[in-house]
Every structure is written in C-alpha cells, then in structure tokens.
Ligand binder design. Structure first.
Ligand code: MIC
Ligand code: SF4
Length: 658
C-alpha cells in the first residue's frame, strides 16, 4: 500500500514509537515558532531549562499579537523576547514585520520539514508542504531544547479536490465548506491531507488559507503536496533551494476520503458565533453590515489584498461601513505600497492597520452594539471581537469587499450586476520584494552568550505546579456546557497584555461566567486553594477548543484547579493541562455529566496509583450519594508528567537521570 504524505514526513522524523494510527509517537522537530502572547512564557520556561543555544535547525520568535502598547507591558515583552531570542540563538521577527504564520510561510517554511509553533494556526505552513503543528509554549520550549514532540499518530483524512474555483469563489470557501461537513468537534486525532487536480490549481497562499483553518476543525494539522506551485512560490521568495517535490504515493490509502469539487463551490460564511455555523453567502445576503475587517493569518496575502485593492480602485466604500485592512506582513505591505494598490485602498476609504493580529485577537476595532461585523478571520467565538453579544461573520476577502461596497452581506458574484465590477484576476508575482531587515538573525555563540536579557517587572516567572496528592478532595467550581473555547477560559482582548504575569492574568480566568456583584471564579478558586481544597471543572464536549494558549491551563493551575472532567477535551488543551499537572478526565458515561452540580464536593482516592496504571478513575461525591467512572486516556509519558508535577519537572528529572 502506498504512503500518504503525512506518513512519509512522520517516518523521516520518528524518534519514538511506531507509526500506527492511535499509537503515541515522538517526532524530531526541525523548526519552531513562538509569538509574543505565548512566547514570553515559552522563553521563560526555556531559560529555566538552562540549555543555551536552541537545538533546532531554526527557531523564530515573532512579535505580532500584543502590539497596541497601552501601558508598558507590550514593549517590555518585545524587549524581553528580542534579547531572550538573541541569547538563545533564535531568529527574532520584530513588531511590524507581520503575522507569524504569514512571515514564516514567506521566509522560513520548508517542504518536508517539521514545525512546532506555540500558536494553534501553525498548520498554516502545511500550505507549503510542511508538517506544521500547534502546541503549548512549554512543548515548544522542549522542542527548542532538542526534545521530541509527542503526539498520537494520526488517522489521515484525504481531501480530494477536483475542478477549479470559479471567479469570486475563494480558498476560504473551500475550508468553510469542509467545516460545514466536519464541524469543529470530533476531529481530534486526524490530519487533513489535500490532493487531486483541484489542489494543483491552488497557489501556496490559497493553500495556506485552507490549512490555517484546519485549526478550527480541531485536526492535528493539514497539509498540501509540494509541487510546481510550491516551487513557484519559493522561487518568488528567492528560496528555491528550499524546494523539494513531495506528494503521497499514487496508491496511498486514506482512513477516510472526502471529495470537494471546486467548480461547484459557492461563497460561504461562518455565522455567529462558531466557525462551523456555515451558510452560503446567498442565504445571509441582504443583512446590513457596519464593519468589514480584512486581514489575519487566514486572509492577508498579497493576492488577497491585491484583489481587494482592484475592486476598490476608483470607488468609495459604503458610507455606513467602516473598512479596515491589515496586511499580513511587511512584505505584503511593501508590495502594495510600491505598486500603488495601497493608495487605491486608502482613496476608497479603507483604514490601514499595521501588519499584525490586531482585531483578530480583540486588539481594537470592536464592532458597535447590535451590528454585524464581517471579517476574513478564522474565529468568531462569542465576544472575541471585544463586544458582548457580537455578530461576527467569517467570509472570504471577495465577500468582504463586495459587502463593504454595498453595505450589506453580498455574494461577490453579484457585484458585476450591482456595480459593474468585473472579477479582478490576480497573478502571483514572479518575485516578491524581499527585505528581511526586521528579522534579527542568530548571533555567533560567543556574542550571544554576552547578551543581557532584558526582563522588566511586568514579566513574572510563572509558578510551577505542586505534586498531586494521593487523595484529591475537591469542589466543582464551574459546570459549563459544550464547545468551551480557550477564549472562554482565558480572555484575550484588553487582558492580552497580562500574558507575562500569571498572578495578574489569573484574575480573569472564566471571566465570561463571572456575574456582577458576585465573587469571581478566581476569588472562589483562591479561597478554596487557601483551604487546600482542589478546584474542579466539569465540562461538556470539545472542552478547550481554539487556541494553543497554555494560560488556559497555567492560570487555572495557579488558582488551584487540579482536575477537569469533561465529555471530551481538545488535543492542544489536553496536552497543556497535563503539562501543568491538571488531570484531564473524560466521562466514561457522558450521562453522568447531568448528575453533577456546581459546588458538589468530589473525591478521588488512590489518585497517584490510578494515574500510574489505570485507564479509568473513580470519582465519588464526598457525601457518598453517587460515584462515577472517568476515562484516563493518557500515554505512559503523560502519566509520568502528571506524577512528576508537570512537564518542566519531568524534563529536569529526565536530564538529571541522564
Ligand atoms: C488565537 O488566534 O486565538 C491566538 C491568539 O493566536 C492563539 C494564541 C494565543 O492565545 O496567544 C492561538 O490561536 O493559539
Ligand atoms: Fe493572530 Fe488571529 Fe492568526 Fe491568532 S488567528 S495568529 S490572533 S491573526
């Protein structure tokens, strides 16, 4: 039987375990990326390992999330990361240089290599044929130190693309279509591998839009073959030497195959408030729009923004719409500035934002109350825009710009009829303007060793977990429903700047569930912690969806949370819980969820022995009224990490042993 591309790359990088779906495996990581919102903890933890120079082929520290600079925190983080990266022999992409995934695709992504990034959209680089995986910062720090990355050997979903996208139908519509089929839950343990004639027709940035939003499916990663398109892109980036031809064997067998005919697709929209709440744009057409934001790591490439500029040229945006555009990288911004496209956007009334995450992570541009905001982003979780009760729709740049002109959700295929606008075909440039002056290169080691790391008091080394007790007496601090995202657990927006200060940031854990004039989740948790009672969380399906932010484990750990009992837990979040010594338990019988209430006092006996060897765990109510069974779906290594009081302790134990 022929091999899938995923398995070919895994095989080349395997350092532990055997390549069979469901087995726990360890793989060598060639490249890592961190961004500032997860990077400060990653580098603090990396520093505490005392490794010195990174052991990967290359590691890049990016600044793209926390850039607004209200107060000194952001700039403090930037200086810390720049000096910590220099000291560690890593590259550093300075603020303004662009969004990590876009810049990585342009300047570093390499077909056939592995990339581990402390951001859930790291699979964007699957668009260039990398095996690119998102993880918590601590896992990335371990990879920087030369440690393998451990994962469940995935099942491979073959996505066969046939046909060709029609005018005004975009790569975004492909992934929104797939989200309508697969939804955001139930895809843990899978990788999506794209192939077929339809895939050949897509450019690397189009492919990257698709692999980017694989994160919303919850798959481990997504990947495209490396072919002529990849070669063209790398050549235009003056990196043709990084090219190699890679694809699945013609007789490769997939665990499941889905076929999408690109010729039959139409513009789609993810409606509030989940990326899988999909309708066709036609179905939502006519809804009044007040804000349109184009950008994010999903849709801010040169071709995306050139198309937008061409539509805007010589026109005005609707007078009731605010249009903001954030180019994905300095490279894109430079190209648009040089060829005049930027002037066309500005003249039409667009507000140009700097190259960074910006509104995608709630850093400004929150929409007005009760209004519709159209975004080319990848996430529209409730409140992520910074407005309570927001109505954010996720669409392609084509749909976004059509709607910015008409003032209502508009199928871009209707633009010709409405405004006489013909589809602007955009050709990929033969050469991009390359200027890496905002990327600091690693220094020779003697110079690196002399760097003084600048760490201001707003950057606090996080406390590490205490060992688990053998008898865990706890209380249910929160019972929540299905699809609780890491944005629910650890809000970003105005709180994002607290990322480097766990005691401060912890005050807003589960902030969306806090009620006015009542003690907050954090206050209740700390009260229990003071009495040495463990906090516990009960949740429904797909707990911890969304981002890789390990603060969604680190901050609850700081507040004394020791167990999460859920119907199911998403991959990255589950790993983060284990890394910070919170026991992830899944209900053996999901109906037991209904029998537990907030404030119930629960107890687990023989916890340590159970973690050591058992696949199930008994949890009982302390009043003796009821007991139920949980599943412990953990690898041997996961168990060791929990028993060692977290990943950092585990790693230092391993190093001492050696
Ligand atoms: C996101 O899109 O939610 C983020 C912000 O990029 C996160 C990382 C973070 O929370 O810092 C992600 O996707 O992992
Ligand atoms: Fe940044 Fe948004 Fe992409 Fe996250 S999803 S990396 S916040 S642009």
């Amino acid at each position: 039987m022929g091999k899938t591309l995923v398995y070919k790359i895994l095989e080349k990088h395997l350092v532990e375990g055997s390549l069979a779906a469901g087995e726990r495996i360890g793989i060598r990581i060639d490249q890592t990326l961190t961004q500032d919102a997860t990077g400060t903890t990653a580098y603090l933890l990396y520093e505490s390992m005392g490794i010195g120079t990174v052991k990967t082929d290359l590691s890049v520290s990016y600044i793209d999330h926390n850039m607004a600079g209200f107060g000194p925190e952001n700039h403090n983080d930037h200086l810390y990361l720049q000096t910590a990266a220099a000291k560690s022999g890593a590259y550093h992409s300075r603020p303004g240089n662009g969004i990590c995934h876009q810049v990585h695709l342009e300047r570093f992504g390499k077909p056939g290599a592995t990339l581990l990034g402390s951001d859930s959209h790291t699979p964007t680089n699957g668009g260039i044929g990398m095996l690119a995986i998102g993880a918590g910062g601590l896992d990335v720090a371990v990879a920087m130190a030369g440690g393998p990355f451990y994962l469940t050997c995935p099942k491979v979903l073959g996505v066969k693309l046939t046909g060709k996208l029609r005018d005004w139908v975009a790569a975004k519509d492909v992934i929104l279509k797939l989200l309508s089929i697969l939804t955001t839950k139930g895809n843990v343990g899978w990788v999506a591998e794209y192939f077929g004639k339809g895939a050949e027709n897509l450019t690397v940035p189009q492919r990257a839009t698709i692999t980017n939003m694989g994160a919303e499916l919850g798959v481990t990663t997504s990947i495209f073959p490396s072919d002529e398109q990849t070669c063209k892109f790398l050549t235009a980036q003056k990196r043709e030497s990084d090219y190699q031809n890679l694809s699945a064997d013609p007789d490769a067998e997939y665990d499941r195959t889905i076929e999408i005919n690109l010729s039959k697709l139409e513009p789609m929209a993810a409606c509030p408030s989940s990326p899988d709440n999909i309708k066709t744009v036609r179905e939502t057409a006519g809804l009044k729009v007040s804000q349109v934001v184009i950008g994010s790591c999903t849709n801010s490439s040169f071709a995306d923004l050139m198309m937008v500029a061409k539509v805007l040229k010589g026109r005005n945006i609707n007078n009731m719409v605010e249009l903001a555009i954030a180019p994905g990288s300095k490279e894109v911004l430079n190209m648009l500035a040089e060829n005049g496209a930027m002037a066309d956007m500005i003249s039409a009334g667009a507000r140009i934002l700097e190259s960074g995450c910006g509104p995608c992570i709630g850093q400004g541009l929150s929409p007005a109350d009760g209004t519709v905001s159209l975004r080319t982003f990848n996430r529209n979780f409730a409140g992520r825009t910074g407005t309570k009760g927001d109505q954010a729709y996720l669409v392609s740049p084509e749909t976004a710009i059509a709607s910015a002109i008409t003032g209502q959700i508009t199928d871009p295929r209707d633009l010709k009829e409405i405004s006489g606008i013909a589809y602007p075909k955009i050709k990929m440039p033969k050469e991009f303007i390359i200027n890496d002056n905002m990327i600091e290169k690693p220094l020779p080691s003697e110079q690196a060793a002399k760097i003084q790391v600048l760490r201001s008091p707003t950057i606090v080394v996080p406390e590490m977990p205490k060992p688990l007790p053998d008898k865990l007496a706890g209380k249910v601090l929160l019972k929540c429903g299905d699809k609780i995202t890491t944005d629910h657990i650890m809000p970003a927006g105005t709180f994002l700047k607290l990322r480097s200060n766990v005691p401060e940031y912890s005050k807003v854990v589960f902030n969306c569930f806090n009620e006015k004039d009542k003690p907050t989740f954090a206050q209740r948790a700390l009260e229990l912690k003071a009495k040495s009672i463990a906090g516990m969380i009960i949740a429904g399906e797909s707990y911890g969806q969304g981002s890789s932010r390990e603060h969604a484990a680190l901050c609850p750990m700081y507040l004394g949370i020791r167990a999460v009992i859920a119907k199911s837990i998403e991959r990255i979040h589950k790993a983060n819980l284990i890394n910070f010594c919170i026991v992830p338990i899944e209900f053996a019988n999901p109906a037991d969820y209904d029998r537990i209430n907030p404030d119930d006092e629960l107890q687990i006996d023989n916890l340590l022995e159970t973690i050591k060897s058992s696949k199930t765990i008994i949890i009982r109510k302390q009043d003796g009224s009821f007991e139920f069974t949980g599943k412990l779906d953990l690898s041997h290594r996961d168990r060791e990490i929990l028993l060692s009081a977290g990943l950092l302790n585990y790693v230092s134990k391993q190093t001492t042993k050696k």
